[in-house]
Structures are given as C-alpha cells and as structure tokens.
Design a protein around this ligand. Sequence first.
Ligand code: HEM
Length: 494
Amino acid sequence: MDIFWFVLPLIFSVAFTVVIAFSPKRNLPPSPLALPVIGHLHLIKTPLHQALQTLSAKYGPIMYLRFGCRHVLVVSSPSAAEQCLSDHADVVFANRPASLATKYLSYNNTSLGFAPYGDHWRNLRRLTSTLIFSSVSLHRSAAVRNQEVRCLARKLFQGCSGSIATNRKINLSRMHYELLLNVMTATIAGKQCCMLDGMPDVTTFTNMCDYIPVLRWVGFKGMEKNLVNIHRKRDEFVQILLDEYRRNRDGFSSNKERKMMIEHMLSLQEAEPEYYTDILIKGLLQIMYTAGTHTTSITMVWVMSLLLNHPEAMEKARKEIDNNVEQGRLLEDDDLPKLPYLKCIINETLRLFPVAPLLLPHASSQSCTIEGFDIPEGTMMFVNAWAIHRDPGLWNEPDKFRPERFEGFGDEKRCFKFIPFGMGRRACPGASMGMRIMGLALGLLIQCFEWERVRDEELVDLTAASGGPTLRKAEPLEVMYRPRSTMLGLLSQL
Ligand code: HEM
C-alpha cells in the first residue's frame, strides 16, 4: 500500500513531464503576467480601446491576453491587421465569438452581424447586398434619402418660423437619430418611422459573464435579465413593423416601382417558408436598425461637433457646395462625387472617432500564424482601429482635426491604416450607404443653415464623447442655427 502512494504521484509527474516535453511549443504573442482565473481582466479599464492602446504600447502591436476563460488577440498595427483581415487569415478570422449578448440580440447568433461564417451568413450577405447595399440598389434608393433629408430641412426651417433674425436651439443628436430611423424605415418598408424611440441601443457585445461563466449562474449585476428585456423590446419593434406591413401592404410603399426590402423578404418566405422564417426576417430588420442608425447618427454628431469647433472647415465645405451645386436647387445624392472636401471631413471624423473603435470582435475558426506568432483556434480578436488611427508613426499630428490629410486618399484601396468600417469578409456592408447618408444630410444642413455653438466662447467638449467599450456613444449635442438668407426662397418651397 505504501509503495502504491509513492508510485502513483511519480507516474503522474513523469506523464505530465512527458506531455509537456513532447507537446509542440507554441510561440504565442507577448503578454503581460496573468492572474489565476481572471487572467488580464484586472488590467482592463474603460474605455476598452484606450486601455488596450496603452497595453499595446508596452507589449507590441500583436498582443495576447486572457479575459477569464477567453483567449484574446489584440492587433494594433496596419501590417498585423492586414495579415488577419486579408488573404488566408481572413477566412480563419471570419467568425464572430458567441456571447450572452449576441445570443439575445441576434436571435441566437443567426442574424447577419453575428452568424458564424458559413453558408447561412453568405446567403444573408448576398441577399442584403442585392436588396440594399449594391451600387444599383443604392442608386435606386437615392430618392428615399433625398426625400427624408429634405423633410428634415423643412422641419428645421419651420422650427425657426422661416426667419433669419433669431437663432434657434436644437438637440442635434436627437435630430440625426430621427433622420436615420426615418431613412432606414423608408429604405426597408417605404414609410416613415412612427416609433421615435427606436430600438434600445447596444453598446457592448461581450460582458463579464462571457469571461467568467460562473457569474452568469449567480445572475451577476442582472446582466442576463437586462439582455432578455432589451431583446423583448427590440423584437417588439420589428414585429410591429412586420405585422403592420402584412396588414396593409399597399399603405406602405411610397414608390410603386421600387420593391421594398420587407416585401422581397415576404415573397421569399412564401416560396421557401422553412428557411425564410419570421425570425430570419426580424433578424435582418434588426441588424439594419442596430448597425445602421446609431453608427451613422453618432458619426454625424461628431462631424458637426468638429465643424463647430473648426468654423473655417465648415466655411470651406460650404464654399465647395455653393461652387458645385447650381444656385436655386438643393444638394442631392448624385452631387456627392463633386464634393471631395465634405468626404475628407467625414473621413477625418471617422479617423478621430471611429464609432466601433475595436471593430466588432472576430474569432479564429482554426489555429494560424500571424507575423510568426501562433494563434490557437477559438481566439477572440480585437482590431484596435482607434490605436491605428492615432498612431503618430502613421499620421502626422494624429490628434488634430485636419480634413486636408484625406485629399487624394480615396483611391488607396485596402489601406489598413484607416479602417473605420473594418476590412475583409466581415467588413461593414453598409459603408457606402452610411457615407452617402452622412454626405447628403451634412451637406444639405451646411448648404441651408448657419450653425453656431450654444456658447460661442466654449468649444464643444469632445472628450466627453467616449462611451461604452465596444460602440461609442455621443453626448447629446445642442446647437444654435438659422436659415441662410440666400436659401430662404428654396426652403420656403419645401
Ligand atoms: C458611419 C457609419 C458606419 C460605420 C462606422 C460602421 C462600422 C462597422 C464596423 C466597424 C463593422 C464591423 C467590421 C468588422 O468586424 O470587421 C460593421 C459591421 C456591420 N455593419 Fe456597419 N457601419 C456603419 C454603417 C452601417 C450601415 C448604414 C449599415 C446598414 C444599414 C451597416 C451594417 C453593418 C452590418 C450588417 C455589419 C455586420 C457585417 C457582418 O458581420 O458580416 N453599417 N460596421
């Protein structure tokens, strides 16, 4: 018996040593010292992108962390981002990590933004490209955007009783969000949105319960309960739209020649009801709102904030519009290619304030090698667009607002130093749509109205604009405006 207790540990020790000695050595990327159980979670402060930027400055642009039970790769240089998001590794990293939030907010990971890479995801991408995102579809939906933006200009004009004498105050954040809700609803269903609160915003797609699963069982901070609630409200929002559409198809379509996305989806459902279920349709509608409204309206708020702090850039944009859009008519979607400086302003805003500073998390579906480092299967990856966009080695005076730096930049395809929409297979499919909506709306606002800060002596505070760890929120922005005297005639005809 005594010998048994002596031999047993010996056998275990020898077996353990043999396994370690003969298992292939992995060359993992640099990593700070990890604590048991929590790994590196103690190093993570909010906002996450800034905490990771600080750590990367010490451990390098390819860094390996452990958030509880999850292994995390953090990429913070264009060359590393290019390796992960192009060529062979793009397929490997085309997955999304499943999380508690994505389970509830994307119908159990079946909707476009969070479905695993594979046939179902490919089908959703193809479908949305044909219905919404392709240049042909965007050209067809230009009238919808023109109409909604004019509607906004009319409301603003009415808000100041058509007078240039006094400045009126307005909450620009609310105004941009309503515009985006209306554009999205008109694009999807051909009508204006009547539920102005929209869907609850989602600011993060991973949380503590994903990293330390035991927290989920003890109901940590009511996180799961909260997600169930948000899911219920979001589901109600799209269910109402779907039910209303089914009840009153004719009442919806404002343009009989253009079949709306929702109508296409319902026709597909009639042909293939097992695949095109209500859940699939609601998932697609939800992602259009989630991915399309907050991202675009928040960026527009930042553009206006930066322009209010840099009136010379606002004036330059206005001159460009006045020189390129004939007098006596309003800016339209088709005019945007003639306004390169306006595009530079939007790009510079996206560089300084990328609305998803870590993109969306990716996950590796198999092991791979990145810049000589071994990355195991199932690793979650963050690409730190924020750090890349503010790297002084890549950008001259990176913290300064200088739209001119983007002059001539538009042709640099696959440039990984500017990635506000991501890159590769999971890159944002709505990038062109977002750029067109922002260009048109901001252009028209600049063409028709004078804009000023509420207190002239105080700059708009942009540091207050940092928010949740994944998506960034804008603070409500109040501004003063009045119609331009040269535009009174046109505005009064709207
Ligand atoms: C300023 C505007 C926008 C910005 C900055 C933006 C940014 C992004 C980013 C960073 C991603 C993740 C890319 C990655 O993980 O590598 C993304 C994904 C996505 N975006 Fe956008 N986006 C914008 C507007 C839009 C619009 C208007 C729509 C649609 C109406 C849209 C639909 C989507 C969808 C569906 C995905 C998920 C793609 C997938 O996982 O396959 N986005 N967006």
